[in-house]
Design a protein around this ligand. Structure first.
Ligand SMILES: CC(C)(COP(=O)(O)OP(=O)(O)OC[C@H]1O[C@@H](n2cnc3c(N)ncnc32)[C@H](O)[C@@H]1OP(=O)(O)O)[C@@H](O)C(=O)NCCC(=O)NCCS
Length: 165
């Protein structure tokens, strides 16, 4: 099957993830984040929300990914009413490839796809000490809408960040 290509950043190709990418995505996650998921979870997210599971590839190697899902529930921005929300579950770029615009493009394209899927707002959780990621999200239009104490297994708090799209 032809892989859907969203574009390029420098030498990197930004494209839709395929089932065969999942082992590499799991590898990127393991190398970059303390939050891991069961293998099944990645396949399930790709199966249910293929349009917003996007990878960055260089020479056939996956060096970054974003995975998202669409949820219905209380608006994270208005705090009342039900909204269709895009949730950025996880995003990472391998350390050697950071600062080249990959994270920006992964998020930009995933937001476009979530909008296309009818989402009116997009949100994510991020460690309160993850200054680089928080800066990136602010740059892309997210604002902190709440703090969730003890959100992570090690007890660290998360910022809830969101934007209307
Ligand atoms: C956050 C992350 C995905 C960014 O990926 P990236 O490919 O480097 O992103 P980009 O090159 O598009 O953007 C870099 C931007 O992010 C910010 N940023 C990211 N890391 C930074 C750091 N260590 N110091 C300062 N700013 C940083 C800056 O605003 C920068 O923008 P600029 O280049 O215009 O100054 C990457 O740092 C990463 O994988 N981190 C580990 C995993 C992680 O924390 N994921 C987020 C969990 S919520």
């Amino acid at each position: 099957m032809q892989k859907s290509t969203f574009g390029r950043v420098g030498d990197y190709t930004i494209r839709g993830a395929e089932t065969t990418d999942i082992p590499s995505v799991i590898g990127v996650n393991a190398a970059t984040l303390p939050e891991h998921y069961s293998d099944y979870f990645y396949y399930e997210v790709l199966n249910e929300f293929p349009g917003t599971f996007i990878v960055a590839e260089l020479g056939g190697e996956v060096v970054g990914y974003v995975m998202c899902r669409t949820e219905y529930g209380l608006s994270v921005i208005k705090r009342f009413g039900i909204a269709r929300k895009g949730h950025i579950i996880s995003i990472a770029t391998m350390e050697a490839h950071r600062g080249k615009g990959i994270g920006t493009e992964l998020i930009r394209h995933s937001i476009e796809e979530m909008k296309r899927a009818g989402c009116k707002e997009v949100f994510l959780e991020v460690r309160v000490t993850n200054d680089g990621a928080v800066r990136l999200y602010r740059k892309l239009g997210f604002a902190v809408t709440g703090t969730m104490n003890g959100y992570y297994k090690d007890g660290e708090a998360a910022y809830l960040m969101a934007q209307t799209v």
